[in-house]
Design a protein around this ligand. Sequence first.
Ligand code: AGP
Length: 610
Amino acid sequence: MCGIVGYIGDKNCVPILIEGLKRLEYRGYDSAGIAVVGREECRAIKTKGKVSELEKNVYSQNISANLGIGHTRWATHGEPSVTNAHPHSNKEQTLFIIHNGIIENYSTLKNNLINEGYTFVSETDTEVLAHLIDYYLKLKNNLFQAVRYALNEVEGTYGLAVIYKGEPDKIIAARKGSPLVIGIGKNENFIASDVNALIVHTSQVVYLEDGEIAEIYKDHFHAKTIHDEEIIKEIHKVDMNVDEITKGGYPHYMLKEIMEQPDSIFNSMRGRLLFEEGISKLGGLQGYEDRIVRSQRIIISACGTSWHAGLVGEYMLEEYAGIPVEVEYASEFRYRHPIIRPEDTVIFISQSGETADTLASLKEAKKKGALCLGICNVVGSSIARESNAGVYIHAGPEIGVASTKAFTSQLVVLSLITLLLARKKNLSLIEGQNIIREMQSLPEKVKKILESNDQIEKIAEEYMSCRNFLYLGRGYNFPVALEGALKLKEISYIHAEGYPAAEMKHGPIALIDENMPVVFIATKDAVYDKVISNIEEVKARKGRILAIVNEDDDYIEKLVDHVIRVPKTINMLQPILSVIPLQLLAYHVAVKRGLNVDQPRNLAKSVTVE
Ligand code: AGP
């Protein structure tokens, strides 16, 4: 889950690399480095920690070159350190490599190279590649072929780039499993892990597919497979502007993205609701609707927050479309022997569209002949390109590592799919129109919730030093409890668990005392009275209670320590509203604990290794 960037052209590559790395820092921030090759220069500069440390170091030395690569790291092999930071090089420091992914057979390759007399300075898998390429360079005397031969020995995943003093007019880039994009400029070209690092320079991009390797010059490039077959690559235009990837005046990307939800939710349904017909229209599923409706089963495969969205999707699809749904952790789904049939539809939910476990489970399901649909945010991402069909959530770039607006937009898209399938089955025009009316009222309702930001900040003050939290909800609100707990865990480092409220009596209730805050998602629905009883049970054990309730609820307030009010809507859409106070609570607790909200420790935005 590293970020890689590269430049070849007539400009000084150093500021371009540093700015590119800053835009990729959400992918990993353990250490960073650049390597440059030019008439005067041929070296790597690496630092431990954030790109800003590297920036200070690099700018203290007046470096200029037209060819360079840069890397920001999320450690997999070897602790965060200058030695383990990328770029790695050959002994002569004339060849440099940056890599995002994992070389699974690195220890075998390493032993072979040690037998060939190579020595190693770092604990990383990537350094093995530097020496392996060096080995073939001595044999083939051609960088492109040396990289290709080396990669034919590699097992694992990579998005990588190599530069070499002996061939200072090119970057060699290759991809297998980890994302890699080429940016096409005027008399200059770029490479990067994702378009965020390129968009300030060009909107013309080429996506490398698995098993492809490219030789990139400043004014052209050509691509082959790693088996040396020529391939013609299509240039795509990316429709994104720079403002979308800046903080827009907010202190953190996470708060900006929480506050953007009235717009992102609107954008996710823009042009997709046909009120007269009481149905939704999803261009990305055109031609597949009937096959989906006839599905024996719908399986949802995802990770993290996207998995929580899948759980809400299960409730929606079963209630309204009457199709059996199973929600799978992609990491488990890909390795156990799941029964997948051609009559099944499998939906892969992923904000980044690059999560390794979800992508691999997609390849598995595709092999078994199931209809594979993607629900993604990043346009042109691997899962989007690999799926048979799918729906973009149009939430706009999500930079904060803790997913917020992508979650609510994933729920909007799942609601649109549910409405489409349900109307093709038994849902009436009136019922369809009612759902549409409720969906169209969401942006205004979200605006109302965001107005309680200050109140939520005050509540966060009361809970910021707690060491554990329990989140409880029933029905549609159970996945919201899981999501609320995840948000708090990942950015405030407080241990938190989400549970179905009724499950509490089967164990977690033992945790409850005056030091255990319990967050109830208690909006009015068919199981509201049951939730009230659960609140009473916690109260009886002196638990501190914060409840998310509907605006017109004047009962729960008497029972609990704090309430946060959210507008009422239909059950299937209520999670889109109920989760927002939990996003803000987690955000304010983390800020009050003085933590780096946008780059929480040990995490990265897109998990491209398994
Ligand atoms: C959520 O806040 C986390 N960043 C993480 O759980 C994330 O949801 C998970 O890694 C899946 O990512 P994806 O949606 O990009 O596949």
